[in-house]
Design a binder for this molecule. Sequence first.
Ligand code: ADP
Ligand code: MG
Length: 266
Amino acid sequence: MKSSRPRIITIANQKGGVGKTTTAINLATALAAIGERVLIVDLDPQGNASTGVGINRQDRHVSSYDLLTGEADVAESAMPTAVPGMSIIPSTLDLLGIEMEIANAPDRVLRLRNALRRSFDQDGAFTYVLIDCPPSLNLLTLNSMAAADSVLVPLQCEFFALEGLSQLLETVEQIRNSINPDLTIQGIVLTMFDGRNNLANQVVEDVRAHMGEKVYETVIPRNVRVSEAPSYGKPAILYDLKCTGSQAYLQLASEVIRRERRLRAA
Ligand code: ADP
Ligand code: MG
């Protein structure tokens, strides 16, 4: 039987500024470019992913907040983007209040999973869902891990790259031991690599030594075109396909797909 359920990948790291949102947007765009139908779920109240794909605040009438409260389903909250085959459920600052609002609900960690499952039981509109997490291991991030098939972790090539990773992996383990036994680590992607910097090279070596095969071969270079793109409301791949950053994200997408095929076959 052909399953219409999409693969759900959450992009998580409790550190801010490590490249979560940039990875969510550009990996999603790269997947859409090779024919996948992709949904981004913006779970960060900052809404950087929404802005980065060109969805203005005043146009976010239905958001991930409504998805979590049950006010809207995926079809009602997903908005098309300028990238063919890529939609986004935008976020608004309403999300800041969600932790307190659902703190005592018995299904507080399962809100996203239930909403996605309800929607995806009905249609095969998407083949991939990428979730952009806030910089915290809060209830929103836990919701994403409960809903996901796998976790993709961006690590910035800097001195403290590995700091905090064990806490993140422990959280994944807790979710696996409780509500989502099938959750896996899709992989760890090194971001903002500057080859002229000896420290960055050392960081890449250290992370590979510690985390082995979990680390993707693709390393995302620091690239000014990548950092400019969001201010035009465009993924870097749309803004400048040829730049080194865009090319790296295309390469990352093929690694992700290869791993997904392996995970699915297992
Ligand atoms: P996070 O979502 O983890 O907070 P972002 O993806 O927003 O991180 O990235 C933090 C900052 O670094 C942003 O200003 C972004 O444009 C910039 N940035 C991310 N990746 C790159 C890159 N490969 N090259 C240059 N700048 C980058
Ligand atoms: Mg972000």
